[in-house]
Design a protein around this ligand. Structure first.
Ligand code: SF4
Length: 305
């Protein structure tokens, strides 16, 4: 067997393992390439994911989300609905033979919490950004399930987050909690929440491009450790940074994107939703795309919730 055969087999195996983690144990595939030996067809063992959420990796709160904002309009309440079967990842997300995109070695699930703690400790000592480092109270590395299927990424810490060291704990964080719990039917501890910069920009200004460049490696390492199956990018800075584009949010949201091979949805930042409640409809549509792909039952929108 030559090198091309081995590489192809490795790609197929990685892809099948990824589908198995997403709860998909069968798929309608076209004919396999003739050169593919039959021997690679055997079933890929289903990879069990931790049933119970792991303790938050970091113990502190968050960002611009803490800016004064109008009273939140609650997300629609969930109503019981018949569960829908897990949905295959839409064909638009790529083919079976897509490169996974993350080249770092896989960290075993049981080692991920410690790997994230070590990284958080490294972030706490970071002084790459002179201004941010001088003004911060706490670094805010992120928190959540170290083997989360879904990872949310925002822009950066605000005042409350800087004070507590935890992401998304201000008013916008409350709305994100509602999106996760009331909207998606998950628990905050089921997902991982992080930002593209780990220190609060003074006066809640946008992070400078150099600050993003300084810090983005930490997020990349978090993603490589957690290996989320899906990403949800909150707001323009996170979406434009990770998707490497200058396209406006109106064109980025509402469709599947990919970050290093990971199916990715960009949507409005919760702080923006607090200022523009009419945009919640867009975000609910975006969350439903995620839920469908993740096999999460989509509930009917409740009135007046
Ligand atoms: S923002 Fe990131 S790179 Fe800059 S000082 Fe903080 S942790 Fe370091």
């Amino acid at each position: 067997m030559d090198g091309d055969h081995q590489r192809l087999i490795r790609q197929i195996r990685q892809r099948l393992e990824s589908l198995a983690r997403a709860g998909i144990d069968r798929a309608a595939l076209g004919p396999l390439p003739e050169m593919l030996p039959v021997a690679v067809a055997p079933a890929v063992p289903r990879i069990a994911r931790a049933e119970t959420a792991q303790a938050p990796v970091d113990n502190r709160p968050e960002p611009k989300e803490s800016e004064p904002v109008p009273t939140a309009t609650p997300l629609p309440r969930r109503r019981p609905a018949a569960p829908t079967p897990p949905s295959p990842i839409p064909a638009t997300l790529g083919s079976l033979f897509d490169e996974p995109g993350i080249t770092e070695p896989v960290v075993p699930p049981e080692e991920r919490p410690e790997a994230l703690r070590v990284l958080a400790a490294e972030i706490a000592e970071c002084s790459r950004c002179e201004v941010l480092c001088a003004n911060r109270t706490h670094t805010v590395p992120g928190e959540g399930n170290a083997s989360a299927r879904l990872m949310f990424v925002g822009e950066g810490p605000g005042q409350t987050e800087d004070e507590t060291g935890r992401p998304f704990v201000g008013k916008a964080g409350k709305l994100l909690d509602d999106m996760i719990t009331k909207g998606m039917g998950l628990r905050r501890a089921d997902v991982f929440i992080a930002n593209i910069v780990k220190c609060r920009p003074p006066n809640n200004r946008d992070p400078e491009p150099e600050e993003v460049r300084n810090c983005i490696g930490y997020l990349e390492r978090q993603i490589a450790i957690i290996r989320p199956e899906f990403l949800c990018l909150l707001g323009k800075p996170a979406a434009q940074t990770l998707l490497n584009t200058s396209m406006p949010m109106g064109r980025l949201r509402g469709k599947w994107q990919r970050y290093k091979g990971i199916p990715t949805i960009a949507t409005w930042h919760p702080a923006y939703l607090l200022r523009n409640p009419s945009a919640k409809k867009d975000t609910w549509e975006d969350l439903q795309m995620l839920m469908k792909a993740m096999g999460i039952p989509i509930q009917k929108r409740g009135g007046g919730g």
